[in-house]
Design a protein around this ligand. Structure first.
Ligand SMILES: *Cc1c(COP(=O)(O)O)cnc(C)c1O
Length: 383
């Protein structure tokens, strides 16, 4: 129940990757056959990634994952366009790969506007337009939030960016393979994606860069990726990414509604627990995401007890679980700190069944009740 943190690599994905470790191990830059065979495999994967988001193959650049893609988009556009301006617009609820890259750019003389969100975690399209200045060079708004699942009005934001001649990047790491994406129809200039969020391998992702976008390189070295991203290609990973994205898009019409049914059943049943609230948008959300706050208790405690029953869940983002800071996403949505601490995120995936949902619905209410009965904060009538 924590597929937003990561997914396993699907067996058919791993099967396609395996030959590229020891047997077909050539370097795609070598002229001899096993080298060229690898170049062909990388190009085939590039075509699959492009097809999944309606881009052209030569607009796909492989990276080491979502974090690298996000860093490249922000830093690359910032440094390539700093003569036009030094202002970037993003949101307060981005993944830390965007937020911390933005903070670093601020230390380098760039200005970053972090747009607020409403109580559902939605960015206002009007706010985006109002934030635009003559020196704005980039708008970066995530496609779907990793903690609360809210999907942003990407096409509308893309249209505004286009009308103002400003580049538009979206961190679509949670969305790719889960909801349909069309970079052309949605006016997206750059898009980050990552293999391990849709049953592909970890440590491999891509940045889509629309032809003509002015962007500096992040990784300097050899001439790989049309001279835009140096380093010998992670061929097994890239092959796996290609198979996984094609597979996810093929499965989506059946799998997304199945996940949404499990999501909706979990949500409806868990909201019957008193003093519980759904976080995120009630309908404009990822098909697999449930995020609920239970007042008077700590999310960490809920996770530990769930774990004792073999249920894996999260309080928000996996990256945050080591810190006891309240979630920046819930804070931006106006959830008070004392309440946001009691939040749990359940993200269903391919191997989850109705039986799993039933099991969670047996255990979680008991856990909430147990923790509340021990918490000094709980009002008498809920103990
Ligand atoms: C997981 C995630 C990332 C980071 O991707 P990695 O491949 O783990 O580096 C970035 N953005 C979002 C929204 C994510 O969910």
């Amino acid at each position: 129940m924590d597929h937003a943190a990561t997914t396993y690599a699907a067996p058919e994905v791993v099967a396609e990757m395996l030959p590229y470790f020891s047997e077909k191990f050539g370097n795609p830059s070598s002229v001899y056959n096993i080298g060229q065979e690898n170049k062909t495999a990388v190009d085939a994967a590039r075509a699959k990634v492009a097809a999944a988001i309606n881009a052209e193959p030569n607009e796909i650049y492989f990276t080491a994952g979502g974090s690298e893609s996000d860093n490249w988009a922000l830093k690359g556009v910032a440094f390539a366009n700093s003569r036009k301006g030094k202002h970037i617009i993003t949101t307060a609820i981005e993944h830390h790969a965007i937020l911390h890259a933005g903070e670093w750019l601020q230390s380098q003389g760039f200005e970053v506007t972090y747009l607020p969100v409403d109580k559902f975690g939605v960015v206002s399209v009007t706010d985006v337009e109002k934030a635009i200045r003559p020196d704005t060079i980039l708008i970066s708004v995530m496609y779907a939030n990793n903690e609360v699942g809210t999907i942003q009005p990407i096409k509308e934001i893309g249209s505004i960016a286009k009308a103002h001649n400003i580049y538009f990047h979206t961190d679509a790491v949670q969305a790719v393979g889960h909801v349909p994406i069309d970079v052309k129809a949605e006016h997206i200039d750059m898009l980050s994606l990552s293999g391990h969020k849709f049953y592909g391998p970890k440590g491999v992702g891509a940045l889509y860069i629309k032809k003509g976008v002015r962007i500096q390189n992040l990784i300097h070295g050899g001439a790989q990726e049309s001279k835009h991203r140096a380093g010998t290609e992670n061929v097994p990973g890239i092959v796996g990414l290609g198979v996984a994205i094609e597979r996810a898009v093929q499965k989506m019409p059946v799998e997304a509604p199945r996940l949404a049914r499990m999501r909706d059943r979990l949500t409806a049943e868990l909201l019957k627990i008193p003093a519980s609230h759904l976080n995120g948008h009630p309908t404009q959300r990822l098909p697999n995401n449930v995020n609920i706050t239970f007042e008077y208790i700590e999310g960490e405690g809920i996770l530990l007890l769930l774990n004792m029953f073999g249920i894996c869940a999260s309080t928000g983002s996996a990256c945050n679980s080591a810190s006891l800071e309240p979630s920046h996403v819930l804070t931006a949505m106006g959830v008070p700190h004392e309440i946001s601490h009691g939040s749990v995120r359940l993200t269903v995936g391919e191997r989850n069944t109705d039986e799993d949902v039933k099991y969670v619905l047996e255990k979680l209410p008991e856990i909430i009740h147990k923790l509340r009965s021990m918490s000094p904060l709980t009002p008498k009538e809920l103990k």
